[in-house]
Ligand binder design. Structure first.
Ligand code: NAP
Length: 274
């Protein structure tokens, strides 16, 4: 196994991230002599940072707010990163130069399967938000049989731009304060609920049996997920997506599956879960 010169997460800010806890547990379990480091990089320094990382033959992850910029700054990107127009994972090619990828769809697919207990078919998704995570959600939905999505966003221009890239599966819906949002599975792809108990939408607006999937995760669970479970719904927050996108990244970096139990234990300890 050829090891990367450095293993980093680029973000701004980045100190709150749980990725080091999870990846350092996986590295220790695999006895790989590397430490996953945090790199707080301002947007104006991102291009320079990638040049330096290429000279170290580095690998790693990219998070908010750099995922979209990374897709244009990294010379080569995978088809899925190209489809989403965002990079969350990179590594150095044998011949040098960085390659960008995106493992968020793998993580989202695993989260949906674990929540529903099956692969979705013939399902309509309610997607709240129109940023990079929503693009990963739509790219996953288009890979499933006869699944479609309505995208609700406070920024209708951004929603239209996103949906135009997925015209076969997605349409824009106007975000109002009270109208019903029909669909079998509702997904929060905004940061709402990250640092408080705000809900992306009131549960009464969703179909009575709609499953609730929050990409956000926090200590305990998000208020949206707690309320949905109290309402008798199937619901999950984004912690499992974090794990699975991270496991897929680990496999890209090292060519082997990580120890998911070690990663999950580290994440549960960091978020006070049973
Ligand atoms: P992003 O590209 O910045 O997009 C965020 C979206 O949310 C935009 O549509 C934005 O609308 C909307 N939004 C932000 N604040 C809002 C508010 N107060 N009310 C209504 N809409 C709001 O971010 P992203 O990369 O898509 O990430 C979104 C969330 O998903 C983040 O919290 C991130 O942590 C989470 N995520 C989790 C995982 C995981 O592994 N669990 C993976 C990826 C992302 P505007 O365009 O109007 O600002």
């Amino acid at each position: 196994m050829r090891l990367p010169g450095r293993l980093v997460l680029l973000g701004h800010p980045v100190a709150h991230s749980l990725s080091p806890v999870m990846h350092n547990a996986a590295l220790a379990a695999a006895r790989i002599p590397l430490t996953y480091e945090l790199l707080d990089v301002a947007p104006s320094s991102l291009a320079e940072a990638f040049k330096t990382l290429a000279s170290y033959q580095a690998a790693g992850n990219v998070t908010v707010p750099h995922k979209t910029a990374a897709a244009t700054l990294i010379g080569k990107v995978s088809p899925v990163a190209n489809r989403i127009e965002a990079v969350n994972t990179f590594h150095t090619a044998e011949e040098g130069g960085l390659i960008g990828d995106n493992t968020d769809p793998v993580g989202f697919a695993a989260l949906v399967r674990a929540t529903l207990g099956r692969e979705p078919r013939d399902a309509h998704f309610v997607v709240i938000g129109a940023g990079g995570a929503a693009a990963a959600v739509l790219a996953t939905i288009e890979s499933w049989s006869r699944c479609t999505a309505s995208v609700y966003s406070r920024n209708s221009k951004r929603a239209e731009h996103l949906v135009a890239r997925f015209p076969d599966v997605a349409r824009v819906q106007t975000l109002t304060d009270d109208e019903p949002m029909p669909g079998e599975i509702a997904v929060n792809a905004t940061p709402i609920g990250l640092g408080n108990d705000d809900l992306p939408v009131q549960l009464e607006r969703l179909d009575r049996n709609a499953a609730v999937i929050d990409l956000v995760y926090r200590r305990g669970e998000t208020a949206w997920v707690r309320c949905a479970k109290a309402d008798g719904r199937v619901a999950s927050d984004g912690l499992l997506m974090l794990l699975e996108q991270g496991a897929a990244a680990f496999e890209i970096w090292f060519g082997v599956q990580p120890n998911r139990d070690a990663m999950w234990s580290a994440l549960k300890e960091a978020t006070d879960r049973e």
